[in-house]
Design a protein around this ligand. Structure first.
Ligand SMILES: [Zn+2]
Length: 98
């Protein structure tokens, strides 16, 4: 079952939206995060392990955004952190994780 929201840093609820044919600024993407709107969008074609990894990746962009670290990090460093964190345990952040 696909989660519909996630609580970031214990305070910030982000909606998770499955989006057909996701494009960001004209480019096809698997996922994206909009900090001011508190939304994470994932391409609806993704399933299984790939879905999990892309969702985790975007969740960690959200963590870096709400904590202000996005403003301090060069974009390539933030991206490397999110790629690293894709493999972390989901128990760290899913609301109602079972
Ligand atoms: Zn990224």
């Amino acid at each position: 079952m696909t989660p519909t929201s996630v609580i970031i840093n214990g305070l910030h609820r982000f909606d998770i939206e499955m989006t057909p044919n996701l494009h960001i600024e004209g480019e096809k993407c698997e996922g994206g995060m909009w900090l001011s709107q508190r939304v994470i969008k994932i391409d609806s074609e993704l399933t299984g392990d790939r879905f999990e990894r892309v969702l985790k990746h975007e969740i960690f962009h959200a963590y870096l955004g709400v904590t202000g670290l996005t403003e301090l990090l060069p974009p390539h460093v933030e991206e490397a952190i999110c790629i690293m964190m894709e493999s972390c345990s989901s128990e760290l952040y899913y609301e109602g994780f079972e």
